[in-house]
Design a binder for this molecule. Structure first.
Ligand SMILES: [Fe+2]
Length: 257
């Protein structure tokens, strides 16, 4: 009788790691538009911008990622920092030859363009990806039969070793910048970091590749809640990664090689 009982208890303890709320795209309910602000439980309205580069709609409320990222930080980050990069990018391209280009193409040949494209175009692209990498339904590691799970094991030895290496890279990025998981042109996964608003798509990047996972380590991303404790912020980030989105990006990047 004891073995079945132990088995049942084991299942109970094992299940929560990958169980949880069913994953479904966030929808905005009928009725009046959601109220902007850190206490709203609805995804915020998208700030109106003039120009070809618009902000993506956040699929969750500013408060949805608490306690890992606080609502006030999310609101300032999205409505002020990200919107600011987008506005400055639009101001730089409107009426000129770059206005019709995709942001990815601007990044790939960024050395040919004015510095504003590198700084504010980078900020626009990086944050677009960052929001998509996050989810209130994070489980701390990839779940289910995701290709990225096996790929991380093959590249880094285990998910835990990947987490340690990525966290060390993020902690070690001096000053403001980003940590990345990328797929290189050689078909291999790699961890890299970039300064300021650079990213691995850029032709000026030390290590180039297709970004799959992005972590913003600028102080504006965490200082209100974590102050100087970047390592705690990085650990919290791992609780809210959307591995299904990372897996989608991984599969798309592999096909495009
Ligand atoms: Fe940021």
């Amino acid at each position: 009788m004891r073995t079945p009982l132990i088995f049942a208890i084991s299942i109970v303890f094992l299940l929560p790691a990958c169980a949880g709320k069913p994953r479904s795209p966030a929808t905005v309910p009928d009725g009046p538009p959601p109220t902007a602000g850190p206490t709203s439980t609805q995804p915020p309205p998208v700030p109106a911008l003039s120009g070809p580069f618009q902000l993506p709609a956040l699929p969750y409320a500013f408060s949805a990622l608490e306690p890992h990222i606080d609502a006030r930080t999310m609101q300032i980050h999205y409505e002020k920092h990200h919107a600011g990069y987008a506005k400055n990018l639009n101001d730089a391209v409107v009426g000129g030859p770059l206005a019709g280009m995709a942001i990815e193409d601007l990044m790939r040949e960024v050395s040919r363009h004015p510095a504003v494209i590198r700084n504010h175009g980078g900020g626009y692209y990086n944050h677009n990806l960052f929001w998509k990498n996050l989810t209130p339904d994070g489980r701390g590691h990839p779940c289910g039969k995701l290709e990225i799970t096996a790929a991380l094991d093959a590249a880094f030895g285990s998910f835990e070793k990947f987490r340690e290496a990525f966290s060390a890279a993020a902690a070690g990025r001096f000053g403001s910048g980003w940590a990345w998981l990328i797929l290189g042109a050689d078909g291999k996964l790699a961890i890299t970091t970039t300064p300021n608003q650079d990213n691995p798509l850029m032709d000026v990047a030390e290590t180039r590749g297709v970004p799959l996972l992005a972590l913003d380590v600028w102080e504006h991303a965490y200082y209100l809640h974590y102050q100087n404790r970047r390592a705690d912020y990085v650990a919290a980030f791992f609780r809210i990664i959307d591995w299904e989105e990372v897996d989608r990006r991984y599969q798309a990047a592999k096909k495009a090689l």
